[in-house]
Design a protein around this ligand. Sequence first.
Ligand SMILES: [Zn+2]
Length: 261
Amino acid sequence: MKHTVAIPAFADNYIWLMPAAQSNVVIVDPGDERPVLSYLNANHLTPFAIIVTHHCHDHVDGIKPILAQYDIPVYGPATERIPGMTHPVKQGDLVTIDSATQLQVLDVPGHTAGHVAYYQPGTPGQLFCGDTLFSAGCGRLHTRLYDDMFKSLQKIAALPDDTLIYCAHEYTLANLQFAAHLAPDNSDIQAKIAQTRSMRVAGKITLPSSLGDEKKINPFLRCHTAEITAAATRYATDNGLQPPSSAAAAFRIIRDWKDRF
Ligand SMILES: [Zn+2]
């Protein structure tokens, strides 16, 4: 396997398989073992490790059944309960897959309190970010840790613009509809909607995205812009809330708005 591959699972999840040396792969967030095991068998691939971003069941429920067939390490967030975890990891740790593949662990709390992401530097780099960043959106806050989530997204935004963003759900079109509602005059969003619609009609996956593209269309990475500040101010005024006095405050307003959209 040459490139990272998406295994669709459930209604809209993607389980990513990242190539490693020879015919080995790294499995990212296996919420369901069945599509993973059939793909491995059909393509004569052997899993080398499982890496996990957070504890939601649709990211971890396939781990134990995979371990029943393959004795491989399981890397996951140090502060969360992950079935079968052998290697708890946190910010600054490195996950060595082979001589060419070393993943850097980033703490990205917010969707869950212990959520981590895995970044492989390169040209382009790859980021496995679970339910933190989506194309044109971001994860729901199960935690209400708004400031943590805002900082987590800022941390991701500091990676190189060509970084490929491997998020865990096909939410792109629905997210874009909210993004367009916030920023109706943003032509990058309109162009992305047209492109995403035609990809979905053709049955194509809209991921990975790139960080550079996300910075143009993703409202949750654009909380510092006049466009999103104006939208958040409008929503705050209509709902009897304080207008945002910072990008972090605008983030909080639009995250709540998205939950009600
Ligand atoms: Zn989740």
